[in-house]
Ligand binder design. Structure first.
Ligand code: PGA
Length: 255
């Protein structure tokens, strides 16, 4: 890890109840107490319906809150969707965009991801854009081509306004499988993503935090965070337990 402040983000996906979330946050507060926050950001991404509750509960803490997705449109007749400005309105500051589950289950194209990204910038939400290859794409040797195409759809759209956004490299084959990319595999792709950003704007590339996601655990986090171009993690399963999530946060501190 470099001088860039690290980011540990918990993506809760479609999990939890009001009661279990209250417990998780109470446990997290206990585990996090006394932990030095310097040079590290901790974020959580609850299901939309609990977003406001989580914002309120975390208000006195340093933990930031965001949404797992937003719609690309501003408002109007889009049944079931929520807008980026609604997330802002209830106190969210970030949004995950283009998670592979959204791409696969909801058919989101690179174009739609870029629309959503742009919409986040318009209302002042910090987007975390996810990129990642399937196992088939990796086996075909097209990993870098796929992830730079996915990232390029966004940078091509927003240009220098990309500054301040975050990137998450999440190989699809590593998500929820217990089979994380090795530190070497991940670093290779993170380096390629940073080189790609540098091709567009070198200052921007140096500043951009690139998180790794896909079966991150307290056991493998330390070795991943030691890599030069890995600036933190987007954590799914292990973020649902305060002890494992905070262990991952602590691993970022030790690097
Ligand atoms: P996982 O999910 O940690 O459960 O693999 C990561 C993610 O999809 O963000």
């Amino acid at each position: 890890m470099s001088s860039r402040a690290s980011v540990i983000a918990g993506n809760w996906k479609m999990n939890g109840t009001a009661a279990s979330i209250d417990r998780l946050l109470t446990d997290m507060a206990r585990e996090l107490s006394g932990l030095e926050q310097e040079n590290r950001e901790i974020l959580v991404f609850p299901p939309h319906i609990y977003l406001q509750r989580v914002v309120q509960m975390l208000a006195p803490s340093m933990v930031g809150v965001g949404s797992q997705d937003v719609d690309a449109r501003e408002d109007g007749a889009v049944t079931g969707a929520i807008s980026a400005s609604m997330v802002r309105d209830v106190g969210g500051k970030y949004s995950i965009i283009g998670h592979s589950e959204r791409r696969a289950l909801f058919g989101e194209s690179d174009e739609v991801v870029a629309d959503k990204f742009e919409r986040c910038l318009e209302v002042g939400l910090v987007p975390i854009v996810c990129v990642g290859e399937t196992l088939q794409e990796r086996d075909a040797g097209s990993t870098v081509e796929v992830v730079t195409r996915q990232l390029g759809a966004v940078t091509g759209r927003v240009g220098e306004k990309f500054t301040g956004a975050l990137v998450a490299y999440e190989p699809v084959w590593a998500i929820g499988t217990g089979k994380s990319a090795t530190p070497v595999q991940a670093e290779e792709v993170h380096g390629a993503l940073r080189d790609f950003l540098a091709g567009e704007d070198s200052g921007q590339a140096e500043q951009t935090r690139i998180l790794y996601g896909g079966s991150v655990t307290p056991e493998n986090a330390g070795a991943l965070f030691k890599q030069d171009n890995i600036d933190g993690a987007l954590v799914g399963g292990a973020s649902l337990k305060a002890t494992s999530f905070v262990e991952i946060c602590k691993a970022a501190e030790k690097v």
